[in-house]
Design a protein around this ligand. Structure first.
Ligand code: NAG
Length: 476
């Protein structure tokens, strides 16, 4: 941390300093790290600030890591916080919210003091400091209000659709909206643990200090919901910017760069036909029971569709902590041998964005975390949605009913049931080998094309980013 501050006077454009404070869970860490690069590309100093373990986690998993590590405008900080418990996930839990991460979430509150110190130092060196923090880190950043030249913006890591509904319902539905948007929207029951609901409420008490909101979405996919969010009752006339997609939309295959070893699954994908492989991955907060894993395996095998399956337990709070009784996830006897020409099972971290960008991949079976939805839509890949918790059930409605770029594997009303092999097989077959699946793929490709246009010089995403940059670098 000290060296970052010492080096900092040698950089250009030090009038404005941006400080980014992510929430310590993978989907959140990644989205805000990607945003750092977008802001840094405008030659603005960006400081990415979280605990040592979470800084390392974000850097080690990001797409194209060297473009971050070697970026002179991005400074990584590793603040110390007390030890926290990092228990394993419970694969048998009926509620899929990752309660085992709660100690890590609670521990992040200890960032308040060291962050406040850092902000004070940076504040004295800059004309203005701009704090962009996850909406779940309001408590941690609160002391910025004592600095004369600081302002803060809340980043919401969920879709505009989900966020709008959340705020609108909390306000008691203050105005009418198109009834079509409400069809099929499930309640929030079982989406969060009670402890996490408390945590969210605490963070929201600090929202009043913010100057505006930032979203990882784009007008071309969520225009109507961005309009609803900008209604005065919801926005309080504060500014908002849809700066997504944060992830790159034009992904170069690493293999073409000699310095980087291509992941084994990308080499495997090279051997297959366009749109012939389904990518199966449920993010970093899902742990399945042994029974559920068996049903997925047999369903995939019976579909006879080729697959890349990322089979891993949910992250622990500290992903680097040694775990002596780590779970060995068992597959049905002989499964891997039987399917060896059809699919591969990955048990470690997988380069998701590159996999989705690969032309052989034609579908994504996903938990529908927002980071995954944005990556999939950016790459034109339709989704078989199997939501687990948090915003995922509602993202599923957005993806399948509103954008129509996917289908539902498991309805949220059946959340306590095991998904059978037959359901897995039917979903994969429909997504990969039916006329309806083809139509979803075509719509996903159209959205991907629109997103690619949005990042062009005069595109809407680029204009929003320019507008945000002009705002934070304004003279007055
Ligand atoms: C989950 O349930 C299975 C089957 O009942 C059992 O073998 C396993 O030990 C349980 N795992 C945990 C972490 O409770």
């Amino acid at each position: 941390m000290a060296s970052n501050i010492l080096h900092f006077h040698s950089q250009e454009n030090q009038e404005i300093i941006v400080v980014v404070v992510p929430f310590p869970a993978q989907g959140h860490l990644n989205q805000l790290l990607q945003l750092c690069k977008l802001i840094a590309s405008h030659n603005i100093q960006v400081h990415y600030v979280t605990t040592m373990t979470h800084t390392n986690q974000a850097k080690s998993r990001v797409h194209d890591p060297y473009s971050f590590i070697n970026n002179n405008n991005i400074h990584f900080h590793e603040l110390s916080t007390p030890f926290f418990n990092s228990p394993p996930p419970n694969p048998n839990s009926t509620i899929k919210f990752p309660s085992h991460l709660q100690p890590s979430f609670e521990s992040s509150s200890h960032l308040r003091k060291p962050l406040s110190k850092l902000l004070t130092v940076l504040s004295s060196k800059a004309k203005r400091i701009v704090i962009i923090h996850d909406s779940l880190m309001g408590y941690v950043v609160q002391d910025f209000v004592y600095l004369p030249n600081a302002e803060a913006y809340a980043f919401h890591s969920v879709s505009a659709f989900t966020l709008f509904l959340f705020i609108w319902e909390n306000m008691g539905r203050p105005f009418d909206i198109d009834a079509n948007f409400l069809k099929d929207v499930p309640s929030l029951e079982d989406c969060f643990s009670p402890e996490f609901e408390k945590f969210i409420k605490l963070q929201h008490d600090y929202m009043k200090f913010n100057s505006g909101r930032i979203y990882n979405t784009c007008r071309v996919i969520e225009g109507p919901f961005l309009d609803l969010l900008s209604k005065e009752q919801i926005s309080n006339n504060k500014k908002q910017w849809a700066l997504g997609p944060f992830n790159p939309v034009l992904v170069q295959q690493y293999g073409t760069k000699s310095c980087h070893k291509q992941h084994e699954c990308l080499i495997w994908l090279d051997e297959h036909e366009p749109n012939s492989v389904v990518f199966v991955s449920f993010g970093t907060t899902t742990s399945f029971s042994d029974e559920q894993i068996k049903e997925i395996a047999i369903g995939l095998e019976r579909s006879e569709v080729k697959f890349v399956w990322v089979l891993r337990d949910a992250d622990k709070g500290n992903v680097f902590a040694k775990d002596h009784q780590s779970r060995k996830i068992e597959l049905p006897k002989g499964f891997e041998e039987r399917v060896k020409d059809k699919g591969i099972v990955l048990r470690d971290w997988a380069p998701q964005l590159e996999i989705l960008a690969h032309s052989s991949v034609g579908g994504f079976m996903s938990h529908c975390g927002w980071n995954s939805c944005m990556e999939s839509i950016s790459m034109g890949v339709p989704i078989a949605a199997w939501p687990m918790h948090s915003d995922q059930p509602r993202n599923t409605v957005l993806v399948t009913k509103i954008l129509k770029v996917g289908l539902v594997v498991k309805e949220w009303t059946r959340r306590h049931e095991v998904v059978t092999r037959g359901m897995v097989q039917a979903a994969v077959e429909k997504l990969m080998a039916s006329k309806e699946g083809e139509e979803m793929r075509n719509r996903a490709m159209d959205l991907s094309g629109a997103l690619k246009n949005s990042v062009a010089e005069s595109g809407i995403k680029n204009m929003e980013l320019d507008s945000f940059i002009s705002h934070i670098t304004r003279q007055t």
